[in-house]
Design a protein around this ligand. Structure first.
Ligand code: TRP
Length: 332
């Protein structure tokens, strides 16, 4: 019944508005993993409430995020897709692990420092212990591989430390995970400030292309993208704007940098930018169509959630009862 393949776990916040950077570096490549790994993909609604949410929006985005996972190519038969709060073991293990996590370790998390600066009116305890919940997500499933953006690497390192500390006292409990940082597409930069990573929370909407932007919006945003002086489509450190567009075009078309440069040799920036916009919009169109179809079918999404919760609970339950037994809780 337990799958013999190594396990991969990743979580996405139901915050919506994912960018083409998330698509190229993460969610759009998740489907490939199911050949080698037993994969769990989790919509982490419990993480989301560490900052204030409008309840109706959180609920809607939970459906949307699941639909987007599937629309981006994740096969629900081959992967376990589920919602974090449907599997109570996450919160339970998080409490236990919080007793094996040091205050000082959590104080050093850069995301905590950033988020508490940005939400200074709401520095709640959950925001502080968030990485412990993330560690539970990962450790419950014996995941060895954890695809994350570079901003989450520190949290996976902390997960390793927690797992090792626990294993030292209670040998052979947890698998110590490794972060998997995607190289291709991981460095999609802002269209307005190409020395900054494209961020889904950028207040300048023109800097960000979203997976769900319609065709006209995608093309308009690329037309407005900041380019560099000169007019040559050439990949170079002194041309960060153009180089970013070449990267994006290359990711969407599968062409390498040299052939992109050849293709646009002698043509100006305007023509190039339109081509990038069109390539991006062409690739997003089928994803968006599938997303719309899925969102209109809530019963189907709920069926997926139920099936996912059952599968995940089976794995998580085994780990939780092992942990409970080891630390001295009475299992009935
Ligand atoms: N903290 C991650 C983020 O904000 C989301 C996340 C939660 C996650 N649990 C996880 C990622 C477990 C990987 C593994 O992006």
């Amino acid at each position: 019944m337990i799958d013999p393949r190594p396990v991969l776990f990743s979580g996405v916040q139901p915050s919506g508005n994912l960018t083409i950077g998330n698509y190229l570096g993460a969610i759009g490549r998740f489907a490939e993993f199911s050949e080698k790994y037993k994969c769990f993909y989790c919509v982490v609604d419990e993480h989301a409430i560490t900052v204030r949410q409008v309840p109706a929006d959180l609920r809607r985005r939970t459906y949307e995020t699941l639909a987007l996972y599937i629309a981006c190519g994740l096969d629900v038969e081959k992967n376990t897709l589920f919602v974090q709060s449907h599997v109570p073991a996450h919160a339970e293990l998080a409490w236990i692990l919080s007793c094996y996590t040091m205050f000082g370790e959590l104080s050093r998390m850069t995301q905590f420092k950033d988020k508490s600066a940005r939400h200074s009116d709401n520095i709640n305890a959950g925001l502080f212990t968030y990485p412990v919940l993330m560690a539970s997500d990962i450790l419950l499933y014996r995941a060895s591989a954890v695809p994350v953006g570079s901003d989450q690497k520190q949290h996976v390192e902390l997960t390793r430390n927690i797992a090792q500390r626990f294993n030292q006292q209670f040998p052979d409990t947890f698998v110590v995970p490794e972060p998997v940082i995607s190289t291709s597409g991981a460095r999609i930069m802002s269209l307005a400030e190409p020395d900054k990573k494209m961020s889904k929370s950028d207040p300048n909407e023109n800097a960000v292309v979203r997976i769900l932007d319609d065709r006209d919006t995608v093309i308009r945003k690329f037309r407005r993208a900041v380019t560099d002086s000169g007019n040559e489509v050439r990949y170079s450190p002194d041309k960060p704007g153009v180089s970013n567009l070449i990267d994006i075009y290359s990711c969407f078309t599968g062409k390498d940098v040299a052939s992109v440069e050849r293709e646009f040799d002698g043509l100006g920036y305007a023509e190039f930018k339109t081509a990038v916009g069109e390539a991006c919009a062409d690739r997003l169109a089928p994803v968006q169509a599938e997303y719309k179809r899925l969102l209109a079918d809530r019963p189907y999404l709920e069926e997926v959630m139920k099936k996912g919760a059952e599968e995940a609970s089976y794995y998580a339950g085994r780990m939780l009862s092992k942990v409970r037994r080891k630390i001295g809780f009475v299992n009935l």
